[in-house]
Design a protein around this ligand. Structure first.
Ligand SMILES: [Zn+2]
Length: 175
């Protein structure tokens, strides 16, 4: 499911947002969302889209969007800290940036990506972190599951779990 583009936020909206984030741990700590969460554990915030219309958005995506120059609403927002409530922009990155991190790691620079905590489901998997990210980006770009399963050589179930974020969760699900 593609997330909705964020509505334009007023300074008061931004202030209201940060008032629900616990930033007491300092710049390097996780900043947990103190208000409601989605069923799968991400901080959830309601924002006004237009007069009388409200939408629910994931708090980490809002945090990254209001602190970064530009975050495509189609990009994945991922956590380096594996803490779904965390809204510290220093712990958040988009899938495109994740690819950069993987690339830097291959070149021996930067901090290592977190290791997969769980093997992808299914036998004979031909996926690794970079391919998982590529698959999710192509899915968000509109490619079908049938096309992705052929292209990556994995089963339909496996492809579905990857793009929906139920496997390879450590790379972050679509936010
Ligand atoms: Zn964190």
């Amino acid at each position: 499911m593609k997330p909705l583009p964020l509505p334009a936020l007023s300074p008061a909206d931004v202030e209201r947002f940060w008032s629900k984030v616990d930033r007491s741990g300092g710049p390097d700590a996780c900043w947990p969302w103190r208000a409601g969460c989605t069923a799968d554990g991400y901080g959830s915030v309601r924002l006004r889209i237009s007069r009388g219309r409200w939408g629910s958005y994931r708090a980490p995506r809002v945090a990254l969007t209001i602190t970064s120059e530009f975050v495509s609403h189609e990009a994945f927002v991922c956590h380096t800290c594996d803490n779904r409530r965390c809204c510290n922009p220093a712990h958040l990155f988009t899938a495109t940036q994740a690819e950069n991190l993987l690339d830097m790691r291959r070149k021996g620079r930067g901090t290592p990506m977190p290791r997969p905590v769980r093997k992808p489901l299914g036998k004979g998997s031909r996926l690794d972190a970079a391919r998982v990210i590529a698959m999710r980006e192509r899915y968000l770009g509109g490619e079908t599951i049938a096309s992705l399963m052929r292209s990556f050589g994995v089963s339909r179930n496996h492809t579905t779990r990857v793009v929906k974020g139920t496997s390879w969760r450590n790379l972050g699900a679509a936010v």
